[in-house]
Structures are given as C-alpha cells and as structure tokens.
Design a protein around this ligand. Structure first.
Ligand code: FAD
Length: 387
C-alpha cells in the first residue's frame, strides 16, 4: 500500500494522518475536506468561540511536517473499490479512512434557522447574539444548553423549546431533570414537552399552533452521520458506516472513524456510534493499525463533557436502565454526581457535575469492571475509588 486517502478533515481525519506517520507509514497521504479551513476542534465552537473568547480552534498539528497532501474545499462524491470520486476528479487509493463526521438536522419551515457545526456557523451566530435579541433555541440537549448559556451571557432574551419532558433526555433520561433549575437561574425560559411544528419568519410555530417570537432561531436537535456520498458504493451503512471492532468496514482496505462510524463494541456487545470528541481522538490509531495489517481493538468506555450554565458536566460509560445512586443533592449542592449501578454492583456509567475526580475515578472503575459498595457510593464524602 503506497497511498492512503483520508476523507474528512476534522479531528478524526487529522488524527488518522498523525497515526499513519506515527506507525511508520512512509507512502503518500492525501487528506480531503469539504470545508475550506485547516482541521479544527469543534467543542470550543459552542463555548469559548460563542462567548467571544477566541476566534480560532485550529488543531495543533503540523500538516507540512506530516507530509500530507491536504486539499481543502474538496468533497468526496462517491466510492468504488480502490477509487474515491471527488469534486476535483478521481483519487485512486490503496487504503481509505472515512472520517466525514456528521451534519446537523434542520427542521421544517422557511424561516432563517441557524445550526452550530462549523466555525463559520459559530462566528455567524456570535455576531447575532447582542443584548435584547430574542433567541429561540430548539432542543435542550448538549448544544442547545451551551448556546443558551452563551446567549444569556450576551444578554439575549432566551427561550429553549424541548419536545421531551426533561433536558438532555436522549443522553441521560430522567437524570436530565436535575438540570432544569439551571435554566431558571440563568433567566432562560425553558419550555419542556413542547414540540416545534416549523421555523417561520419571526420565530417558531409550535405543534399546538401557538408561536414563539424570535429574531434568531438556533436548531440543536441532533446530527446525522455524513454518509450520503457513500450511497450505492456497496459499503455497509446503518446509522453510519458499519465497522467491526477493528474499525474495518465491509470493503477491503477501508476503515471508518469518528462521528460517522458505527463500530462493534466488544465491551457492550452491541454496535455503537458515539458523537463525541474523545472518539474522534482515540479511534484513528486503532483504525490505522487495522489498515496497516495489525489487529488492535477499539473498545473504549465512552466519555464526553459539556460546559453549561457555569457547570462542568462530564459523563463516562454507557447506561441502560441500571439503578441510580446519587452522590450529593443536585437541588442544593454545587457539586454532585449520579452513578448507574448494575445488579452485580458494577458501575455502568457516571455523570459528574463539577466533580472531575468522580469522573476520572469512575471511568477507571468502569474500565476495570470493579464491583462497588453501594452504601459507600451514596456518600459523596467517600472517594469513588474507595467505594
Ligand atoms: P467532524 O468534526 O464533523 O469532521 C468531519 C469533516 O468531514 C468535516 O469538516 C466535514 O465538512 C467533512 N466532510 C463531510 N462530508 C465530506 C465529504 N463528502 N467529503 C469531504 N469532506 C467531508 N464532544 C464532546 O465530547 N464534548 C463537547 O463539549 C463537544 N462539544 C461540541 C460542540 C459543538 C458545537 C459541536 C459541533 C460538537 C461538539 N462535540 C463535543 C462533538 C465533537 O466535536 C465531535 O464528536 C467531533 O468533532 C467528531 O469529529 P469527526 O472528525 O468525526 O467529525
């Protein structure tokens, strides 16, 4: 193999290039990305960029030293075995890394609708967040909560409309209820159990026919993997690019990483697609090993974080109906955590709010599959590692 093509110049793409060189690949690497920017990090877009603290989040990676042929503004349009079709012609490859990430879902309606996925989205939205502006955020998920935080910081009038009964419902289920008071305290009008029918000129029309007036509408209702360019290629697709535990796809010489990859998790015995930074960071090394003929396994305990309404929120693991154990009282304590504990007393997942140590220690306990003393666990004064 003397030529590897990496499609998608986000974090997972650039990490794939770095991993190829770190593993001694001396051939040609072509990195194509449809955005016109150098690879950059997305988590700060809804945090420091929106808050006006920084304008650039370019990944600290020396593309020249990596001797990569980086082609910005070039999109992949199709794939057949050994060839990627791009907007600038065909690229023959010996190995291919698919790292095309995900795209935000937009809602119905002809009104202006902002999403937050790219640096351009973030800078455009930031310019509109001026005092007194009525901002409607659709979705009280991770992005919605962070946008609402920044909009309030800019003294906007903020309404968050959420179809579910609690914020963060898709990720945390009923545990998301513990964040409701954050919205009220920040002066955000949070409307739960409220579905949006359409985004119109001047605001939203809700499913019950009423309206929410807004000069700026931000839709934060989730993303879909960017795999439409692979339709008809023969590659197995199902909620993203299907891979095995080595991140190999159904096509020889092709691996997939990051937000677009639905990999087989040995740990959880199911397919996972995790749209978080840590996956884009860690998966490429395993995928590249597979491409170069090694059988490394990608089997992480998923991890992510969010910064909302002055709280550092971190989660590790994967839960599915386990028993909940609270560490601290979310109603009165500034620092608390929730643990999901399986019947055999193993920790399945931990959510830590302003308790970074619980996150670090909890993640290790999950990785080791260690059994816990549940009574001690409920005492926030006892370190998690001592439970
Ligand atoms: P992407 O970053 O989406 O990169 C994929 C790239 O491929 C894009 O540049 C895209 O334009 C390009 N592309 C797509 N299709 C094509 C094509 N056909 N041809 C060529 N190029 C193509 N995660 C956390 O854990 N914590 C956080 O706090 C957090 N905050 C976030 C805040 C925001 C605003 C966003 C948007 C995401 C956040 N995330 C967070 C998620 C994290 O940023 C993503 O999981 C990560 O960026 C995924 O990296 P990726 O390289 O797989 O995909």
């Amino acid at each position: 193999m003397n030529h590897v093509v990496v499609v998608g110049a986000g974090l997972a793409g650039v990490r794939s290039v770095e991993a190829l060189r770190a593993r001694g690949f001396g051939g040609t690497i072509t990195l194509i990305g449809e955005e016109t920017h150098r690879p950059y990090d997305r988590p700060p877009l809804s945090k420091s960029v929106l808050l006006g603290e920084t304008d650039s989040t370019v990944v600290d990676s020396d593309l020249d030293a990596l001797e990569v042929d980086f082609r910005a503004g070039v999109a992949a349009k199709g794939l057949r075995e050994g060839v990627v079709e791009t907007t600038e012609g065909e690229l023959a490859y010996g190995g291919l890394v698919i790292a095309t990430g995900a795209r935000p879902i937009r809602l119905r309606g002809d009104g202006p609708q902002h999403v937050l996925r790219t640096i351009d989205d973030a800078l455009e939205l930031r310019a509109l967040l001026v005092p007194g502006t009525k901002v409607a955020v659709i979705g009280a998920g991770w992005i919605g909560a962070e946008v609402a935080t920044a909009a309030r910081r800019a003294d906007c009038e903020v309404t968050v409309v959420e179809a579910a009964g609690v914020p963060l419902s898709a990720a945390l289920g009923p545990v998301g209820a513990h964040t409701v008071s954050w919205y009220a305290r920040a002066g955000v009008d949070l409307r739960l159990g409220t579905a949006v029918a359409s985004v119109d000129q001047g605001g939203l029309t809700l499913a019950d026919g009423s309206a929410v007036e807004a000069g700026v509408v931000v839709t934060g209702v989730g993303v879909r993997p960017s795999v439409e360019w692979l339709a008809g290629s023969g590659l197995e697709l199902e909620n993203g690019v299907v891979t095995d535990e080595h991140l190999r796809t159904s096509m020889p010489g092709v691996v997939a990483v990051g937000d677009c990859a639905a990999w087989w998790s040995r740990r959880y015995g199911r397919r996972m697609r995790v749209e978080h930074w840590d996956t884009a960071l860690g998966a490429p090394d395993v995928a590249v090993a597979a491409l170069l003929g090694d059988d490394a396994v990608y089997d992480p305990v998923p991890y992510f974080w969010s910064e909302q309404f002055g709280h550092m929120v971190q989660y590790a693991g994967h839960h599915d109906g386990e028993r909940l154990v609270l560490r601290g009282d979310p109603a009165t304590d500034a620092k608390w955590a929730v643990c999901w504990v399986a019947d055999d007393h193993r920790l399945a997942a931990v959510l830590a709010v302003n308790r970074p140590r619980d996150l670090v220690q909890g993640r290790r306990l999950i990785e080791r599959g260690q059994r816990l003393d549940v009574e001690r666990l409920a005492d926030p004064a006892v370190a998690l590692r001592d439970c």
